[in-house]
Design a protein around this ligand. Sequence first.
Ligand code: PNW
Length: 462
Amino acid sequence: MTSHLPDGSRLAFGTATASYQIEGAATADGKGPSIWDTFTAVPGTIVDGSDGTAACDSYVRYEEDADLVKGLGVDYYRFSFAWPRIMPTGSGAVEPRGLAYYDRVVDALLERQITPMATLYHWDLPQALQDADGWLNRDTAERFADYAMVLHEHFADRVHLWATHNEPWCAAYLGYGSGRHAPGRRDGGGAHRAAHHLMLGHGLAAGRMHEAGADAVGIVLNLSPVWPERPEAAEAADGVDAIRNRVWLDPLVDGAYDENLLRIAPVLRDPDVVRDGDLELIRGSADWVGVNYYTPARVDVPDEGQSAVQSYDDAGDAEVDAFPGVENLTFTPRDPRTDIGWEIEPGGLEELLVTTHERTGLPLIVTENGAAFPDTERTPDGTVDDQDRIDYVRSHIEAVDRAREAGADVRAYVLWTLLDNFEWAEGYTKTFGIVHVDRTDLSRTPKRSYEWYSKLVHDRTS
Ligand code: PNW
């Protein structure tokens, strides 16, 4: 039986966005509030004080966006559904105007021969579910599966390639551990509990979608190679690997959490949290794994006498919070780095794809890869001349090619992102787009990286 995954005969290409980051129209057509609407309203949460109220106005400009995707010549467009547009309070009544918006988006793609790759959850949880404790509450996993089935039933005739969650690590550890993302809680134990409930939601949704005939249901993970700086850091690195990578892959592959993870996350030993049958349900529930890769994690522990916690990013902070007694962990990226401080190391992607394929035996899709750089250089005609972004993407596609040659079953490369958009806690200050979006009139202007990617895709797919 042929499945709806790209077949891998050549590397397929795509580009990606996410609902809250591009749509705007925060209250249009019956949409309920999400945790990101609530979180961004709290002073101090977003570096420039911005929010997704306008974002890129893709709720209105989706046809122009679809034309831009078409111009790239890519096979796939990865986008996400906003749960509170479909079910304004997270459960119960379905909002037909929300479904109608995604009908327009999906049809615009199909008319242009672009295959939709749909993510069910890219972090915009309905606020009503957060009022009942969000991902700390096991019931949210059940509500997620119901929501997944509403979308599957409505779109199964046109959408065949599905991802349940995007980066549950961010939802759990940034949302409930460091508090840098919505809902802004700071509680390491809560982060691990949320992680389990996210995986449970994935397992429940995937199980029901499979029963209804779906054959390409995956999960998108921000896995990361974890490299100890020296032998003394090996144990700390193992702990980071546990909550970056194994907490997702072990239940998917083995239906278990390993001993080292359970030591770091004792809440996962609680039989009221991880109930009988949960892990069996999650095991084998994914047809493919999406890998989002930006940078490796270099872990060190300070020498005797030095005690300062030094963590370079949100990721580090979340893990420091989640580790009881491991406050001496450090994450120090090497140069060169992108504008967001993330080390540029394409070798990390090659290694990650090879090890993730070995670990899971599943088809892989690079569901996100890209770079934030400021739009300072211009060509004489005013086009953003983002050679640094071109170099980043080129070197990472070469890493994917090497991983495929080494036997990793990588089916597609999806560039993050089509449009400069709302970059979460960074607001509009960090731009990952291959299309510039003017913040005053939201007009779109392709950057040089857009022209470059379009040529690469045309050369490799024709
Ligand atoms: C991912 N961190 O977010 C998301 O899937 C995208 O929505 C986002 O725009 C993209 O990567 C670029 O950031 C992340 O702090 C946000 O470790 C933060 C972290 C990782 C991923």
